[in-house]
Design a protein around this ligand. Structure first.
Ligand SMILES: Cc1ncc(C[n+]2csc(CCOP(=O)(O)OP(=O)(O)O)c2C)c(N)n1
Ligand SMILES: [Mg+2]
Length: 635
């Protein structure tokens, strides 16, 4: 008989979390950094009690919104290249329901996180308890069943001993690069407090090994012959390349073979932006240089990319009849896309394996890489000049009168694109920028120059509004010695910003750079681009007046050091002063709408446009969509 230890389910859970390690490239580190929680009915007397009894080395933080705190945890893990995670504990009912959006964010981005939503009573003795749904036809359903669609592993335990199997399954999924993502273990509140004699070996130190998967010789042969056959190969750097730290080998192969690099939102900052062969973001949020090179290309090598619509311009960016694909991905399903040659292997290991076999290979791009790069630099210089009212506005959607109205109401002339470029110059080279939704991801992806590796943090798998500020706290937890900046729109700020209080509470300094254009700017662009009138996307009151909200004052109320700026000079002062501050800061920048960057060549997006309408512009948009679709790959 093995020795046992009598613990509650919650105590066993906390004890187990203390003994999990991962080993990557021979480096062993503890895997669980800690636990975020919002206590309530369902977890305070079980998980809360277990933390009080013996927290071990885990850190414990109290969040302000379940979605927000889980987004903080996701950002922490993303910044740590998926090698360290947090667990999340929520109360039963609404506390758990609030977590679902974050679970989806983790799912879409393949980010591991351990979600522990409390559940209603297993015994059913007090049913219906406060916050229980009480289904009439299926008593086993609770709020937590909604996590099934957004979890890579989902379980509900009704007995303390089930915890052991559940945890082992969850940790296998989270530490397996091809399946990693959110795992959910729902724990009824009575089960969480019940005791069991756990075998002590369950709590032995466990090391989860993440070995790099090498390509097979068949796969290597296939890659080499396709590259040799190609004259114009291009590598798309995806998130998988970043997580595998493929920066050095990518620079090497790119220089050696003259293969240009382009980036997805998740892959950006795997290689720094000033690298000669890096042409930047590709697709809908792409630079003109990257999109042109991809359009010229006869072979796309997708390295750790999911080929989302934003990367492929809804499968129209490539010449579908003449472009071949090599899909290198740790996840086999991803390699099936676009009928590519499938390579199920680690990004870095694969590039490492092919470099010695291509020493005599050079693409036929010649000088075009440098020419495209320099014409993009010229475009950036054009955008940097702040002439918001003299021409650089999106497709003249707004009349001169409406632009003037914004200028008067917001008391600014600043162009967003210009601000982003200037801000980029003002920050430290190792500063981390975090973004997620609105028009800023487009500006960041196109314009931001990542000066060091892993300094660009864009959640654009789910593009969840409200991620930015919570995410900045997560990045700061991962990199406490660096300045971290959330680049956030006013709409996203309004959606969710309260983890800034958590940052203040635990003295983690984050900087919030809020771009106030008084509306859901990118959605306004989307509707007006497709023939609709501006409606429901500008922040106007019922008298049709533009709302000028003072976000700097709101920030001051929270206790942040805050600034409101309407000029580049004032921005410079604010950024310098904010760097000196010990506490968190918020810089509100009033920017004019329609002054973000627009799409460049090839950046078409397939969106649902009305097939029938009385509006001529809507009809026109629909016909244009049909014509684009005729050139798109169908699957
Ligand atoms: C949670 C969530 N709800 C809705 C959306 C759809 N959406 C994407 S961007 C956006 C507006 C963003 O406005 P803002 O943050 O002010 O950025 P701007 O486009 O003005 O730069 C909306 C509503 C979303 N991405 N996430
Ligand atoms: Mg806005």
């Amino acid at each position: 008989m093995s020795e046992t230890i009598r613990l509650t389910t919650a105590q066993a859970l906390i004890k187990f979390l203390n003994y999990q390690y991962i080993c990557y490239d021979g480096k062993e580190v503890s895997y669980i950094e800690g636990l975020f929680h919002i206590f309530g009915h369902g977890n305070v007397l079980s998980i809360g009690q277990a933390l009080e009894e013996n927290i071990g080395h885990l850190k414990s933080y109290s969040g302000k919104n379940e979605q927000g705190m889980a987004h903080t945890a996701i950002a922490y893990t993303k910044q740590n290249l998926c090698r360290k995670i947090f667990a999340i504990s929520t109360s039963a009912g609404p506390g758990s329901a609030n977590l679902i959006t974050a679970a989806a964010t983790a799912f879409a981005n393949n980010i591991p996180i351990l979600l522990l939503p409390s559940d209603t009573f297993s015994s059913r003795q007090p049913d219906p308890v406060l916050q229980q749904l009480e289904h009439y036809t299926n008593h086993t359903l609770s709020t937590n069943d909604a996590f099934q669609a957004v979890s890579r592993y989902w379980d509900r335990i009704h007995r303390p001993e089930q915890l052991m199997q559940a945890l082992l399954h969850a940790f296998e999924i989270m530490t397996n690069p091809s399946t990693m993502g959110p795992t959910t273990i729902c724990i009824p509140q009575d089960t969480a407090a019940e005791a069991f004699d756990y075998p002590i070996e369950f709590f032995d130190k466990r090391v989860h090994y993440i070995d790099r998967v090498s390509p097979s010789s068949r796969e290597i042969d296939g890659i080499i012959s396709m590259i040799r056959y190609s004259k114009l190969p291009v590598i798309i750097i995806g998130g998988g390349a970043k997580y595998s730290e493929a920066g050095d080998v990518l620079e090497k192969i790119s220089l050696m073979c003259d293969i240009p690099l382009v980036e997805t939102h998740a892959g950006k900052s795997t290689v720094i932006s000033s690298f000669t062969h890096n042409l930047g973001g590709v697709g809908i949020l792409g630079t003109s240089a990257a999109n042109k090179i991809v359009q010229m290309s006869d072979l796309i090598i997708g390295l750790g990319t999911r080929y989302t619509d934003f990367v492929t311009a809804s499968k129209t960016l490539f010449d579908i009849h003449h472009t071949a694909f090599i899909n290198i991905n740790i996840n086999r399903m991803q390699t099936y896309k676009l009928d590519g040659f499938q390579v199920v292997a680690d990004a870095k290991s694969t590039i490492e394996a092919i470099i010695p076999l291509l020493v005599d290979y050079k693409s036929a791009f010649g000088s075009s890489i440098a020419v495209l790069r320099s014409s993009w630099e010229e475009e950036k210089s054009r955008l940097k000049v702040n002439n918001a009212l003299d021409g650089i506005t999106i497709k003249n959607h707004f009349s001169a009168d409406v632009m003037q109205e914004y200028k008067t109401q917001l008391r600014t002339q600043l162009s967003q694109a210009s601000v982003v470029l200037h801000l980029n110059d003002m920050l430290d080279h190792n500063a981390i920028v975090v973004g997620s939704a609105g028009s800023l991801p487009g500006d960041m992806q196109r314009l931001w120059s990542a000066k060091e590796r892993n300094t660009f943090h864009l959640e654009y798998g789910y593009s969840c509004m409200g991620y930015e500020i919570a995410g900045a706290l997560g990045a700061k937890l991962a990199e406490p010695s660096r300045e971290v900046y959330a680049l956030v729109g006013d709409g996203s700020f309004l959606m969710l910003h309260t983890e800034l209080v958590t940052a203040l509470q635990y003295h983690y300094k984050i900087n919030i750079v809020l771009f106030n254009n008084a509306g859901y700017g990118c959605i306004n662009n989307l509707q007006m681009d497709n023939g609709c009138i501006s409606s429901g996307t500008e922040f106007r009151n019922i008298e049709d007046q533009i709302m000028n909200i003072d976000y700097a004052k709101i920030a001051e109320g929270y206790g942040l050091k805050s600034y409101q700026v309407t000029s580049i000079e004032a921005l410079r002062y604010a950024v310098i002063d904010a760097k000196k501050a010990d506490q968190s800061t918020l810089i509100e920048i009033k920017v004019l709408p329609k002054t973000m960057t627009d799409g460049y060549e090839g950046s078409w997006w397939n969106v649902g446009i009305a097939e029938v309408s009385h509006s001529h512009p809507v009809q026109q948009s629909y016909f244009s969509k049909v014509s684009h679709l005729s050139r798109a790959k169908k699957y």
